[in-house]
Structure formats: C-alpha cells, structure tokens
Design a protein. Structure first.
Length: 422
C-alpha cells in the first residue's frame, strides 16, 4: 500500500498570486515526483515579496538537487498573475506551461486593458508565446512545451470532464490529452510554434493524469463579450497586421487604431478578468483518504520563512483532499457555480479541501452565500490589504470566515499538507 503526500504552498506575493504544489509517494520515493506552479505575479511596486518567494522556492529546489517544475499554469495575463514568470525561468526548467487559448480579438483586448505598448513583454507573450519564452531561456533552462486550454463549456449530456486521451503516459508518468487538430487550431488563432518549444491544444474536456494517482482538470472560463462578425473581422485583420510587422511605429499606430475600435464598442476593462483558467487538483477516484478522519495540517508562516510558525490541525472527513485554484475568475452567480460544478463533477467538488478565493477576495467576482455552496475546509486569500484595491473585501471575508479563511500577503504564506492512500 502506497501513501501519497501532497504539499500545497501559497507564497508571499503581495497583491498577486504564487502557488506551488508537490506530490510525494511514500515510502516508494521520499522526493517529490511531480511539482506544479499556479500563477506567478504581483502588482507593480510589490514584486519584492514575489521575487523573495521565487528565490526561496528555487533555492530549496537547488538544495534538493532539483531544477525542474513539471507543470506551470498561468490563469490569465494580468501583470499580478504573470510578471514573475521570467524570474522563475531564470531559476528552473519547465516541462509544460498551460495557458488559456484566446482569440486574436480577446488578446488585443487584454493588451489594451493592461495599458501595455506594442513591444512589451506582455504583447510578446500574448501573440508569440513560444518565441518569446524561447528567447528568454538560458543556461539550458526554458519551457519544453506549451499546452493551450480552449474555452470550456458546462456538462455534456450530464457528464463531467474526464477525457484523458486514451494514450500511454509519458516517461514521467503524466498523460496530457491533446486535440488531434492542434495545428489547425493554433493556426486559426494566429499563433505559431517555435522550433525549441512545442505548442499543442488540449482536447475538449481533457484531464491531466499524474501517475494514475492525481489529476488536474483545467476549466477555461473565457466568457468575454461577443463581437459582431463584421467588427470581429476588422479587428482580426488589423491584429494580423500588428502581429506580422516588426516596425515599431507601425505597430504603435495599429494598436492605437485597435484601441479606438474597442473604446467605441465597450470598455475593455470588462473583458480583462472575465478570462481565467481555473484548475482542480485532487486524487483520482481510486485513491482514498488514509483514515475515516485525518488531521490535515495547515501551516502559516511569515515571509522570512524563519520566524514563528503557527500550525492548525483540521479533522476532516474522509475524502477531503482536493484543491481548486481560481486566479481572477468569476463565481458571481448561481449559474457560474453550477457550470463549474457540472464541469468538474460532484465526485470532485465533494473532495474540496483548499479553495483559492477569486481575484484576491474581490466582491465583484463573488456572490453572497458562495462559501456555503463550496464549503471548503480551508479558504485562501492572496492579496495585499494595504493595496489601494482594499482586497479582500469585508463581505467576502465574512462569507468565508467559518471556512478557515487564511490571509497570504507580503509577510505571510500558507502551507497545507494532504495525505491519502490507494
């Protein structure tokens, strides 16, 4: 009988998010057999906490003789979720990078909403992700493959996500379900692969399986406003010109033209956070909690990782051993939570232990009573209360208060230990 230990970390990032996880098989292997990162960013002026957390994390990997992260997920392209990616790449190798698949018009909207210019790192990541990441790889580090997650829909005839591709797992025991039409989809969305980094598209309703004991279920909630066909064609044509030219003045002029189109249609700010790649992580259905009741340990530490640590032990019912990451996603209506529940499936939602509260605890992404609908054992708010946004908002915090709400900010981080066995 093999026991699986999972350690979930929510690192200090200020007004941002940097979450990591590690899966251990005991006693077969005392070292992590799979590592993942969900988001890696912080708002301008507060990246010092994030940089310190990235360095601490990478230094620990160095001490273990490791420099590989198996999976990195970027939920969306706001600075406070993505601007630490290059710092992370300076220290580690990444086997797979998961990104939401966005249309050209949506990528333009994101760029305009962030206020970036035509030659920014964000523009490069949005329009030429493989080439951009390859150019930022050094000393043998970099990204081996990019997997794009298409927009997800609700249940299909009542069935939750579950397609695993049907193929054999890779050498590291991981199965990524890939759409056989990947090349066509990538070309249709104005993207292109790079000789150094393979780019593929995940199969619809696909599930990533790790050594047949853990699974990741991505859910791309890209519910952005639709465009009229004529306007969409105009934007895509202008965006193609923007992407194909290297002349800085031409690119700047085209971006101004695109901005006018959007400003005359609707505010771009509404589109920005309506894009978020949720991820469920939990044991496959054949794995069980160790005992009927088991103490799950939650550790809260200061930013320095060396000061007083506070432990909380939670007696949880059998099967409470999964995590849901939300980024800046929206669960602001009963319909939104219904769609998420149908996509993940009740058998997964019932295992929820740790829930990362959307958009740093913003009331705009939430509805009263959401906490009761989810009933997590632990709810994590990653934000900087001193930031001008004032996250988390008081009403959201009150809603999650009885669900062991924990604050992660410039000085505090959280670790959760999970245990289950076959």
């Amino acid at each position: 009988m093999t026991t699986v230990n999972v350690e979930l970390d929510f690192h200090s990032a200020g007004q941002g998010l940097f979450a990591t996880g590690e899966l251990f098989l005991v006693p077969a292997n005392k070292r992590a057999v799979f590592r993942w990162v969900y988001d890696c960013g912080s708002s301008a002026g507060r990246k010092d906490a994030l940089k310190g957390s990235i360095d601490d994390y990478a230094n620990r990997l160095d001490r273990d003789g490791e420099d590989v992260i198996d999976l990195v997920v970027i939920s969306h392209f706001d600075r406070d979720h993505v601007n630490g990616l290059i710092d992370l790449l300076d220290r580690v190798r990444i086997r797979t990078l998961l990104l939401p698949l966005l249309s050209i018009s949506t990528r333009i909207a994101v760029l305009l909403a962030e206020g970036d210019d035509a030659d920014s790192n964000l523009a490069s990541l949005l329009f030429e992700p493989a080439s951009f990441l390859a150019s930022n790889s050094r000393d043998g580090r970099g990204v081996a493959q990019i997997v794009l997650i298409p927009p997800s829909s609700g249940s299909s005839e009542g069935d939750p996500a579950g397609f695993d591709g049907g193929g054999a797992p890779s050498d590291d025991g991981v199965t990524y379900p890939i759409d056989p039409r990947s090349s066509e989809i990538i070309a249709a969305n104005g993207l292109e692969s790079n000789a150094e980094i393979e780019m593929r598209v995940a199969a619809e309703r696909g599930v990533i399986r790790v050594m047949n004991c853990w699974e990741f279920v991505p859910y791309n909630d890209a519910s952005v406003p639709s465009l009229e066909p004529g306007l969409s064609s105009q934007i895509e044509l202008t965006a193609e010109k923007f992407k194909s030219t290297t002349d800085k003045q031409v690119r700047a002029s085209l971006l101004i033209e695109l901005k006018k189109i959007y400003e005359n249609t609707y505010p771009t700010g509404e589109m920005r956070n309506r894009i978020s790649l949720f991820v469920y992580g939990g044991p496959t259905s054949t794995w069980l909690k160790v005992n009927r009741f088991r103490e799950t340990i939650v550790e809260q530490r200061s930013y320095s990782y060396s000061e007083i640590r506070r432990y909380t032990e939670l007696a949880l019912a059998c099967g409470s051993d999964a995590v849901i990451y939300t980024g800046d996603g929206y669960l602001d209506t009963m319909e939104s939570i219904r769609s998420l529940r149908e996509y993940f499936g009740a058998h997964r939602m019932d295992r929820l232990c740790v829930f990362q509260v959307m958009h740093h605890g913003s009331k705009n992404n939430w509805f009263p009573g959401l906490a009761d609908e989810l009933s997590p054992a632990v709810s994590v708010f990653s934000s900087d209360p001193s930031h001008h946004h004032g996250h988390p908002h008081a009403e959201v915090l009150r809603d999650f208060w009885e669900f062991n709400s924990l604050q992660v900010d410039r000085k505090r981080c959280v670790k959760v230990f999970l245990y289950f066995e076959h």
